[in-house]
Design a protein around this ligand. Structure first.
Ligand SMILES: [Zn+2]
Length: 55
C-alpha cells in the first residue's frame, strides 16, 4: 500500500507577478487575490484559523 503524504496546496502553488503571494501573521502563504476575497467573509487564516489582519 502506498502512503500519501499530506502536502498543503499552498506550498505547491506558484506565485507570479500577476498572482502575488502574501505571508500572513501566522506564517502561512496564500495568493493575495484569494486572501482579499476570503477576508470579506472571515478574519481568520483559512489554514489555521488564527485571527489576522492585512495592512
Ligand atoms: Zn495560518
Amino acid at each position: 500500500m502506498k502512503k500519501t503524504t499530506f502536502v498543503p496546496h499552498v506550498s505547491m502553488t506558484e506565485y507570479t507577478e500577476d498572482n502575488p503571494k502574501i505571508v500572513l501573521q501566522c506564517g502561512h502563504i496564500f495568493h493575495l487575490a484569494f486572501i482579499y476575497e476570503w477576508m470579506e467573509r472571515s478574519k481568520a487564516c483559512p489554514f489555521c484559523s488564527k485571527v489576522l489582519y492585512i495592512r
